[in-house]
Ligand binder design. Structure first.
Ligand code: BJW
Length: 243
């Protein structure tokens, strides 16, 4: 573990905290085999253009292409297993402290690890949403199937995720920011802290008096604001420090 700032008190800060918000990103699922977005070699955006796959315009232009990509990612997520970092967060929540897990991930691995106080800010890849009625559903999709359609009204469905330029669910966002205002410790894990509004959560918590801890393999734009930095793979270091 290489800590960018003094870390001798981190374990005691964590063990004494009674009101915690954890913000996670794709890095926490990396050791489950899920690709991150912005890794320069293996990241999704190194191989695919977000404008062609993760915007409402892209879906209007070519829904088959977008659905093909999401079906592939859905299969990856289904085959993946929660890793030691997902499990450590679920265990932390189970100690009974005031705990909110805010994730940008759509892979469903936190839920499968047992986390319950979970806010999925960018949606869930296992859900579809009717483009006409806005209703959501979870069902198996066969790989060769044509464009999925709503079983009630027949309109095309889309992945129930938040694309660039789309608003996040206002209720979820309000819940996350209000939890950040009240917490004494905000821990970010495996996010590049580039995508807003999620990236504003640590700053919001700090403005309201919280300490901020960052777990990441790399420096991010928020590293210099962190009270503690834990540099290295989350599945190894998070369980060790929460231990
Ligand atoms: C490890 C590790 C290991 C690796 N252990 N660590 C304010 C300012 C500037 C811009 C905006 C703003 N407000 C809105 C915007 C526009 C836009 C935005 O933020 N753009 C920026 C890129 C500049 N935001 C939006 O459009 C949002 N909507 C919105 O704000 O609506 C209102 C509005 C609209 C337009 C204008 C103004 C207001 C919506 C954002 C939706 C993001 N959608 C995606 C796809 C979701 C569906 C899907 O999965 O397919 O969400 S994009 C992608 O990025 C995905 C992620 O959730 C998100 C964040 O990525 P994340 O999780 O941080 O992953 P990476 O890959 O970036 O980072 C991984 C990190 O892990 C790295 O740091 C590694 O080092 C680390 N790591 N292995 C620990 N083992």
């Amino acid at each position: 573990m290489d800590t960018g700032k003094p870390s001798e008190h981190l374990e005691s800060v964590i063990s004494q905290a009674t009101n915690v918000v954890v913000l996670t990103g794709a890095g926490i699922s990396a050791e489950s085999g899920m690709p991150t977005f912005r890794d320069p070699h293996r990241g999704l955006w190194a191989k695919y253009r977000p404008e062609e796959l993760a915007t409402p315009e892209a879906f209007r232009r070519d829904p088959e292409l977008v659905w093909g990509w999401y079906r592939w990612r859905r299969e990856l997520a289904t085959a993946a297993l929660p890793n030691a970092a997902h499990l450590a967060l679920a265990e932390w929540e189970s100690t009974g402290i005031e705990f909110h897990l805010v994730t940008q991930n759509v892979d469903g691995l936190h839920h499968r690890a047992g986390s319950r106080s979970l806010l999925e800010l960018h949606g869930n890849i296992h859900r579809e949403r009717c483009t006409r009625e806005g209703t959501t559903l979870v069902r198996h999709l066969d790989p060769g199937e044509e464009l999925p359609r709503c079983p009630d009204c027949g309109a095309p469905t889309r992945p129930d995720v938040v694309w660039f330029g789309e608003s996040l669910d206002p209720g979820l966002l309000q819940h996350a920011f209000s939890a950040a205002e009240r917490c004494e410790l905000l821990v970010s894990v495996g996010t590049s802290s580039l995508v807003y509004p999620a990236a504003a959560l640590p700053g919001h918590a700090r403005q309201h008096g919280a300490l901020f801890v960052e777990f990441n393999t790399q420096v991010t734009p928020l590293t210099s604001e962190a009270d503690f930095v834990v540099r290295g793979p989350a599945a190894e270091l998070l369980p060790r420090i929460l231990g």
